[in-house]
Design a protein around this ligand. Sequence first.
Ligand SMILES: Cc1cc2nc3c(=O)[nH]c(=O)nc-3n(C[C@H](O)[C@H](O)[C@H](O)COP(=O)(O)OP(=O)(O)OC[C@H]3O[C@@H](n4cnc5c(N)ncnc54)[C@H](O)[C@@H]3O)c2cc1C
Length: 458
Amino acid sequence: MTTSQQTPYAVTTGDLAFLAGLTTVHTDRPTLQAHARDSSRAVPQGLPAAVVVPASVEEVAETLKWANDHGVPVSVRGAGTGLSGGAVAYRGGIVVSLAALTRLDIDAENLTATVGAGVVTSHLDDAARPYGLMYAPDPVSSEWSTIGGNIATNAGGPRCLAHGVTADVVMALEVVLADGRIVRTGSRTVKNSTGYNLTGLFVGSEGTLGIITEAVVRLDPRPAGHPVAFAAAFSDLGDAGRAVAAVLSRCPRPESLELMDSNTIGLVAQHFPDEDTPAGAAVIVGEYADPHAAEYASALLAVCRQHDAETVTGPRAENLLRTRKRVNPALSASGLTASCDVAVPITRLADILGKIESLSQAFGMQVNTFAHAGDGNLHPAVVVPNGDERALEIAEDLLGAITQAALAMGGVISGEHGIGSLKLHHLDAQYDPATRSLQREIKALLDPHAILTPGRAV
Ligand SMILES: Cc1cc2nc3c(=O)[nH]c(=O)nc-3n(C[C@H](O)[C@H](O)[C@H](O)COP(=O)(O)OP(=O)(O)OC[C@H]3O[C@@H](n4cnc5c(N)ncnc54)[C@H](O)[C@@H]3O)c2cc1C
């Protein structure tokens, strides 16, 4: 039996033939290459031996049983949009893709959906729409990411401010453990005080404790009323952060409340020449979707003006919401992006924004900061010229310093992207040794041979 520390078992052609008798197996180089990386800067050590695409929970179970018996490292894959290196393939291991698990049943009367792990996030939301319902968590990647990946990373998104993150809407899970056992956690009931909250254990477990094959999720009534966008430009980053905290304590909660600093807006404008570029250090932008939306937006902007903002409504605010959606495409078009996703208590938002600015100057690197500001979740991003290893090293150090600063403010390493392989070295700084040991003991209990996403996330 091997573990991730030992020489991995070499998968033979006989093994592949055996696997092909259980499930769909791909071994052609283009498919292996297409499944080797996620959307982060993490680089795989080599190609996997096979990509396996099970069509049922039983096929997932048979595959894991085989991998467990042989000590073959398994990476678990939704759509590969992850930004932490969690789904990156292991050299000589297998990739289990959940792409074929696409069951999607809406139970409108109970406000729930039963959904296969491979369902694309926006497809679930689209399916709920005709019933006047929505699947609230809306990662900006929702047109590509999968429900399984969202659950495994506890994904967030702009409207999670109003409706909660993925963990808040997952009611029950079907999970295959490393040895092939199938377990079912949680319930379809609104309330459930029956035993340990095992659903919560698997949410955010990043493919390390089991493979999520199906989930029951909560649907919410789709907000009534025409959405009203608002925006406010600040000449000082600290004022923007303080305004966000004030808005959240004094105004009705908006659907979304995002922030972009001037570097980010400038970067978007480089790639989208029609872009509006308001003067100042930062813009906050969001919307209300409520019958009282216009009244609420006006109250929110009044609070922003008390923090010296120039405020905007109407089409110009809607354009700035569009600018926020263009940040990721602009970053992708600019080169290799090194980023992190720290989160801080909302009253420390101004402090972390100021710290990022001073660290950017100290390291001599431009940081483009955008944020799910209402959640205190920031994405400072550095664009590194392709192939410039030295610049990448400095960028990693800069992101590490931002992470340490967030922790010192009572924050966390990751607000929504997870730890994966890229942030593992920070974990000891967030958790005390006893807590770290408990995490490792849970991993060892559920995956004693360390075949599932070994060496990552925990
Ligand atoms: C342009 C862009 C915008 C993004 N915006 C957001 C955002 O707003 N909010 C946000 O939270 N994230 C965002 N992300 C990150 C990413 O989309 C999320 O982390 C998403 O949840 C990953 O889903 P996926 O299906 O692509 O999972 P993958 O990338 O395939 O996997 C992610 C992790 O989950 C594990 N995993 C996947 N499926 C399963 C399963 N069925 N069972 C067990 N483990 C599994 C993998 O092993 C890996 O560790 C963004 C990414 C991009 C590229």
